[in-house]
Design a protein around this ligand. Structure first.
Ligand code: GAR
Length: 196
């Protein structure tokens, strides 16, 4: 069994989708949900699912990202995961941390990468007049939202869409895409998953 730690900052709906998928003959199991935000909704959800949780609040570390990441790493060392899944984890990780997890860390991003790295992806897709939007799961490298793509899912951008309505449509696909990619990745298969 592969051991999976899921890093979150918010509501954790992708975390729930991932955790629920790791059952039965799935080759992985969730061993830790780690948040950098006290009170993040996903922490209570993980506790409700019986998954160990940890909190490493980034704020006391100020600008000292290396110290924050050392605290993250200490929690990860305790749980000994094989794979890290970033699922709405809203801190940029340093090259040193990323290098230590090279080939073992995944992220979901709410755009069709390489389009719209960074924030406000849905507003940018609407402003550009895109007719399609979506989400991507990629390996994490030191380049922000830039690692090899392991899966993508597309949705239409509809007339009258706001960033919120488009985000909700994309999020339902995130919940299908991320578990599909993790399943394949945990089997050692890095061919991209393309949905629908
Ligand atoms: C998701 O839409 C995810 O793609 C996005 O945050 C949301 C988290 O929702 N991630 C990023 O924007 C990363 N830069 P969740 O907490 O309900 O899974």
């Amino acid at each position: 069994m592969k051991r999976v730690a899921i890093l979150i900052s918010g509501g954790g709906s992708n975390m729930v989708a991932l955790a629920e998928s790791m059952a039965g003959d799935h080759p992985a199991r969730p061993v830790l949900v780690l948040s950098n935000v006290p009170g993040a909704g996903g922490l209570a959800k993980a506790e409700g699912m019986g998954i160990p949780t940890a909190l490493v609040d980034h704020r006391p570390f100020g600008k000292d990202r290396a110290a924050f990441e050392a605290a993250l790493q200490a929690e990860l060392d305790r749980a000994a995961p094989d794979i890290l899944c970033l699922a709405g984890f809203m801190r940029v990780l340093t090259e040193g941390f990323v290098t230590g997890w090279a080939g073992r860390m995944l992220n979901i991003h709410p755009s069709l990468l390489p389009k719209y790295r960074g924030l406000d992806t849905h507003a940018r897709a609407i402003a550009a007049g895109d007719t399609q939007a979506g989400c991507s799961v990629h390996e994490v490298t030191a380049e922000l939202d830039g690692g090899p793509i392991l899966g993508q899912a597309r949705v239409p951008v509809l007339p009258g869409d706001t960033p919120e309505t488009l985000a909700a449509r994309v999020l339902t696909m995130e919940h299908r895409l991320y578990p599909a990619v993790l399943h394949r990745f945990a089997m050692g298969d890095r061919r991209p998953v393309m949905l629908p």
